[in-house]
Design a protein around this ligand. Structure first.
Ligand code: FES
Length: 259
């Protein structure tokens, strides 16, 4: 579905991350499931797949990372009109679990906030491990967490060792899990392919269910063009994902990318 929309709020969160509030100018839009995503159409520039960081009363929140002309054009929009298409993907509702550890790299943190709010409504707790390359990419995740998420623990890792744990998010996740045996029964990793691969590998001996929120090229969003196939698996990110069990997409995760 295509919806006309308007930017109603903008905020620079850190050196590279920006928050945008987008009001859908159409009635009847269905609330997305956690991990469903949208395509933001910046007129005359690009169509950008974006995670839903929050959704309420027809207003969707996204977190944009500055990394190319399309994202820079989206960041430059203030009180402007744009197009929103979605919501796409099967989403993921992990409500049968007791406590989830969300392991994010960089802008992979975006879907955490919507997941955390919806999970809390279902009686499921969510904690966060968030890793970035440099401390200037950080913002305070608690500032975007809903007030219902009072018991959420947050662990931060920086690769430049400026704040928190010195190293990658995958290494910090492994450490906190081994220091707190039995605390979490589900891990969801979100971010660059290298991070997903490391989380699946480092935590494979924990007995915890391991899922990853994948990213790849998305064009149509509806399973028609084949651009989002997770080779060598016959799985489409936009139709079957974007969240998959580690063991179901091992070949894709081995295919490359950096942490
Ligand atoms: S983007 Fe998934 S099939 Fe086209």
């Amino acid at each position: 579905m295509y919806y006309p929309a308007k930017i109603t709020g903008s905020e620079k969160l850190s050196k590279t991350l920006y928050l945008k509030r987008i009001k859908i100018l159409s009635d009847g839009i269905k609330e997305p499931l956690p991990f469903q995503f949208l395509l933001a159409w910046v007129p005359g520039v690009d169509l950008l797949p974006m995670s839903v960081a929050d959704f309420s009363n027809g207003e969707v929140v996204i977190i944009v990372k500055e990394r190319g002309e399309g994202s820079r054009a989206l960041i430059r929009l203030h009180s402007d009109f744009l197009g929103v298409m979605g919501f796409y993907g099967a989403g993921f509702k992990p409500w049968g679990y007791k406590r989830i550890l969300f392991v994010a790299g960089g802008s992979g943190i975006a879907p955490f906030f919507y997941l955390a709010r919806k999970a809390c409504e279902e009686g499921v707790s969510v904690d966060l491990v968030w890793g970035v390359r440099g401390g200037d990419e950080l913002f305070n995740p608690r500032s975007l967490l809903n007030t219902v998420n009072k018991d959420t623990a947050i662990y931060v890792a920086t690769e430049d060792c400026s704040t928190g744990y010195c190293g990658r998010a995958s290494m910090l996740a492994s450490r906190v899990i081994h220091e707190n045996p039995g605390k979490w029964d589900l891990v969801i990793a979100s971010g660059p392919q290298g991070l997903l691969r490391e989380v699946c590998s480092l935590l494979s001996d924990t007995g915890i269910e391991l899922y990853v929120n994948t990213e790849t090229l998305v064009k149509c969003g509806v399973g028609a063009c084949g651009s989002c196939v997770l080779k060598p698996h016959p799985l489409l990110l936009c139709k079957h994902g974007p969240v998959f069990k580690c063991r179901d997409i091992e070949g894709f995760l081995k295919g490359g990318g950096s942490a």
